[in-house]
Design a protein. Structure first.
Length: 94
């Protein structure tokens, strides 16, 4: 038996719109919170947060909703995310 680390969970393939939104959020965070560590697809409760910005004094969760997404899971996601931080941002496509 080896002590090899488990592989990272596979990221789902994002739509072009979701990738565009994700890129914009990451660029914004690099510009405005340059000291934050960004974690993509972090499991939180029974959900996955799209992007989490981690700072020593603050945790900010970003949930991306593109035009391909439905809002069916959003209430549950916000409930899980709200147990971890008060700073939850939903970024939606136009």
């Amino acid at each position: 038996m080896t002590n090899a680390p488990e592989p990272a969970p596979a990221r789902r393939r994002a739509s072009p719109a979701e990738a565009e939104i994700r890129d914009a959020v990451v660029a914004y965070l690099h510009a405005h919170l340059p000291d934050a560590r960004l974690i993509h697809e972090l499991p939180v409760g029974g959900c996955r947060a799209d992007i989490v910005a981690v700072r020593p004094d603050r945790l900010i969760i970003f949930e991306i909703k593109s035009e391909r997404d439905t809002l069916k899971r959003l209430d549950l996601q916000l409930k899980h995310f709200g147990r971890v931080t008060e700073d939850v941002v939903v970024v939606a496509h136009r």
